[in-house]
Design a protein around this ligand. Structure first.
Ligand code: COA
Length: 594
């Protein structure tokens, strides 16, 4: 629905992936956007006074919008629940109750939370997955559709030609209800009583936040990142073994893999891979490795999986939160080198469902302080492992490589993808191709070599200076990535498989490979890869070991999720001395780009 450009203030607890997606979608439709993080009523009131929005949009709030704002301005709240559903644990209960079908409702804020008039809604089938995964995929897509529909109604509403209706007045089946905050007592796992399905539902409903309070090896901790195991068994509650980063714990009828834990007694209390959080205890457990990289059936947990079809090798790497520690980079590189021994002509790096990569593993780096290691040394090791992986992609001269981004990517992950010959990205993916938000990191992964030929020197500078998210279609429009494919995840996978099989079968593949080798040789002669890498790493060395502690401070706050005390300037044009101007978009609005 075409709608006149509006001034929209996004009021949100954090600028999370949903807020980022909505911000980008609305900006691309020509609206003027500003973001205010919900810190205090008086600060939100000030933002409204400074920006003078037509509309306030609240994609992710943890408290009510003050009456001083909703009584004067339409405030649209995104609730991750169906019509009639109310309360702060909407998705948590939907997962626990085994709902087969769920939805997102856009309501106008009023005195009672989640009870105002409905402007739009969208439904989706539930998937057996963690809350955060549903939120990043199904909820985000539904919220996007519902918000665009609601915003499209604004002019009609203002002119009195369209009226929103209260949830009780609407025909809705099934209809939701008010449900309380889900507490740790509701989440508790009873290892002696709970079967695998129950344990999985409890862990998934709490993942990524707040986790399930439990204990491992007698130490209090929160658990996250659960996967079913159908073959291995033990006595209920027993920790049976380990594999890579995960621990296997028996239920009454099987077992679950637990990928991450946050220990209550750790000096650095952050979420860590379970075998790192309990390193000594895990080392004493039986190792339960898989025989190789080939994809096992879905009866077990596997973070790196290889499949093959039509002359194409697909390497899936589903690392929690897209964070890639030193060991994960090394294993992925080993898997890639192994994939190159297979009789294929194309290798697709498919990443994970939620994330392709978010770069170096900041939690592991932070936890190095706990380990008599230094975060600077851990950062250095991690960025070198990332660069080794990027270099392995760049030096691969015997087949085409494709990075297929079905999930979001951030920082180094965006540039690692560019080290592949082709980058295909799912429509709807949110990218953050910049390092500056992490304490002005310079960045590596060969971005200085890879970016200018794609986007020009100015384009590269613009991307690196920009701190705002970029949508898949913007990345393609500016030449950073190569193709924006279907938004629906299954359609995306089918499209990737078809296109890569076509590449592998094409008569001109040998010519393409020859051209690739010639280009690499010419580039190497002009300036060796080692020189690009050394220059970037010299800057990173300064970031890690130099006098300016910005990166260490930013990481400290990031991993501990320190509450925001102000809205970063790049999000809040209304707080610039010359109020009103939205930060310059990376590419022109959609209509102009079309
Ligand atoms: N290392 C460790 N954890 C990371 C991570 C990283 N590089 N990137 C993201 N995460 C974690 C977050 O802490 C969060 O954890 P949670 O499950 O405990 O809540 C989770 O991934 C999701 O991140 P979130 O910020 O909520 O997701 P988002 O989609 O809203 O935002 C980014 C995505 C990429 C903008 C944001 O996560 C980010 O800035 N990450 C850091 C990227 C970076 O600077 N990497 C280092 C330089 S290469």
């Amino acid at each position: 629905m075409a709608v006149d450009p509006m001034r929209i203030l996004i009021l949100t607890h954090s600028f999370n992936s949903l807020a980022q997606r909505l911000h980008s979608e609305l900006r691309l439709r020509g609206h003027e956007l500003a973001v205010e993080l919900d810190i205090a009523d008086s600060v939100a009131e000030e933002a409204v006074a400074l920006f003078a929005p037509d509309l306030v949009l609240a994609p992710f709030l943890k408290r009510a919008i003050p009456e001083s704002i909703w009584s004067r301005l339409p405030c649209l709240v995104v609730h991750p629940g169906i019509i009639g559903d109310r309360g702060p644990s909407a998705l948590d209960w939907a997962i626990r109750d085994g709902e087969r079908d769920w939805g997102v409702t856009v309501l106008q804020a009023e005195a009672a939370m989640d009870a105002g008039p409905v402007w739009a809604q969208a439904r989706f089938p539930m998937r057996p997955a963690a809350k955060a995964s549903l939120y990043r995929q199904e909820v985000t897509e539904a919220a996007c559709a519902a918000v665009l529909e609601a915003v499209g109604r604004f002019d009609e509403w203002r002119a009195g030609r369209w009226q929103s209706r209260l949830p009780g007045e609407m025909e809705a089946a099934p209809r939701g209800r008010l449900r309380p905050l889900m507490r740790q007592e509701d989440r508790a796992i009873h290892w002696q009583r709970d079967d695998t399905a129950t344990v999985l539902a409890k862990l998934r409903a709490a993942d990524g936040f707040p986790g399930v309070r439990d204990a491992l090896f007698g130490h209090a901790c929160h658990l996250y990142d659960a996967w079913p195991e159908e073959r291995l068994r033990g006595s209920p509650g027993e920790i049976i073994g380990r594999r890579e980063t995960a621990l296997l714990r028996a239920t009454t009828d099987g077992a679950v893999w637990i990928g991450h834990a946050k220990r209550a007694d750790a000096e650095v209390a952050v979420k860590l891979p379970a075998t790192v959080a309990f390193a000594a205890e895990a080392a004493a457990l039986p190792d339960l490795p898989l025989p190789g990289w080939w994809a096992a059936d879905h009866a077990t947990w596997q973070d790196i999986r290889y499949e093959e079809a039509g002359g194409v090798g697909f390497l899936h790497f589903d690392f929690y939160n897209g964070a890639m520690g030193t060991a994960q980079c090394r294993r992925l590189q080993a898997a890639f080198e192994w994939a190159r021994t297979r009789p294929t002509r194309v290798v697709v790096l498919a990443g994970g469902r939620d994330f392709w990569s978010n770069g170096i593993h900041l939690n592991l780096i932070e936890a190095a302080a706990d380990d008599a290691d230094s975060p600077a040394d851990a950062s250095w090791a991690n960025i070198n492992a990332m660069d080794d992986l990027a270099e392995a992609l760049l030096r691969c001269d015997d087949r085409l490589t494709v990075a297929a981004l079905g999930g979001n990517a951030g920082a180094g992950g965006c540039f690692l993808a560019r080290a592949a010959d082709l980058v295909w990205v799912r429509n709807g993916v949110v990218l953050n191709p910049h390092y500056r938000n992490m304490g002005n990191l310079y960045g590596s992964e060969f971005w200085t070599y890879l970016l200018p030929p794609r986007v020009g020197a100015d384009g590269a500078r613009r991307i690196m200076r920009n701190r705002l998210p970029m949508l898949a279609r913007e990345a393609v429009a500016c030449g950073f990535y190569d193709a924006c494919l279907a938004g629906e995840p299954v359609a995306f996978r089918v499209d990737v498989a078809r296109r890569s099989a076509e590449l592998a079968a094409a008569d001109d593949l040998p010519r393409r490979l020859q051209a690739k080798r010639a280009q690499r040789a010419a580039d190497e002669a002009a300036k060796p890869l080692a020189a690009w890498r050394a220059e970037e790493l010299a800057e990173m060395r300064r970031n890690f070991y130099g006098f300016d502690p910005s990166y260490h401070v930013a990481r400290w706050h990031f991993v501990r999720k320190s509450p925001h005390s102000w809205t970063p300037r790049h999000l809040a044009p209304h707080r610039e001395p010359r109020a009103g101007a939205t930060a310059a978009p990376t590419v022109p609005p959609l209509e102009a780009a079309a």
